[in-house]
Design a protein around this ligand. Structure first.
Ligand code: G4P
Ligand code: NA
Ligand code: NA
Length: 194
């Protein structure tokens, strides 16, 4: 997605060879107009899949997921990283290990919001090692729902998550795939056809 690549080049900050800071439009401040375009692009790629529900994870997946939900006219559910007071039982849960933070967290989704007749599309802001995405896939499987695929805003193609998930036969569509951030320079590669 050209517009997204340009935004990453102008506003993204390469913190190291493997970490990209996009706080000014995705992870802290949010650019609504760009999110709108992102929602439309996901809709163009997955619009023929009869999706009934979008599943993401708090917090940074919510903005792109909601713009897509608005386009498709379907509800958006976000997995919680902490259990809420009112969300005590009837939960699907999955363990998500963060390699970056070296910690494992339990994510949860109420059984009220994903049913076995749902066709679910998973959305997230970043795909790195793929552990968050796998946790969401686990929840879709627990619900016995159908998985239409995974839509990612920014994939770090030099990390293992994308190939690991595609090798499981899951369709992954990433709007920008970064092939390298060596020497402080972001380079993109062509999206993997799915
Ligand atoms: P992973 O194995 O699932 O790929 O996750 P990892 O532990 O590598 O990443 C943990 C958090 O850091 C996730 O957000 C993930 O989206 C984000 N992340 C990973 N790589 C990058 C990067 O290069 N740049 C940025 N900006 N984020 C990255 P989170 O902690 O769940 O935060 P949020 O969704 O509340 O923003
Ligand atoms: Na995220
Ligand atoms: Na994030």
């Amino acid at each position: 997605m050209k517009q997204l690549q340009e935004k990453i080049l102008t506003d993204g900050k390469v913190l190291s060879e493997s970490v990209l800071k996009v706080d000014s439009f995705l992870n802290h401040q949010i650019d609504p107009s760009l999110m709108h375009e992102i929602g439309d692009e996901f809709a163009a790629r997955f619009g023929n899949e009869a999706i009934t529900k979008i599943l993401t994870i708090e917090s940074s997946g919510i903005a792109p997921a909601v713009m897509l939900g608005l386009n498709l006219g379907v509800p958006v559910v976000f997995a919680r990283k902490r259990k809420s007071l009112t969300l005590v039982d009837q939960l699907y849960t999955a363990s998500v290990h963060s390699f970056t933070k070296n910690e494992t967290n339990e994510i949860s989704v109420s059984k009220d919001f994903i049913k076995s007749d749902d066709v679910v599309l998973i959305i997230d802001d970043f795909l790195a090692n793929g552990q968050a995405a796998l946790g969401l896939v686990d929840i879709v499987e627990q619900a016995d729902a159908a998985l239409a695929g995974i839509g990612i805003v920014i994939e770090k193609g030099f990390q293992t998550g994308g190939s690991m998930i595609r090798n499981r036969g899951i369709r992954v569509e990433s709007l920008a795939i970064i092939s390298s951030m060596a020497n402080g320079k972001v380079e993109f590669h062509q999206e993997v056809p799915s």
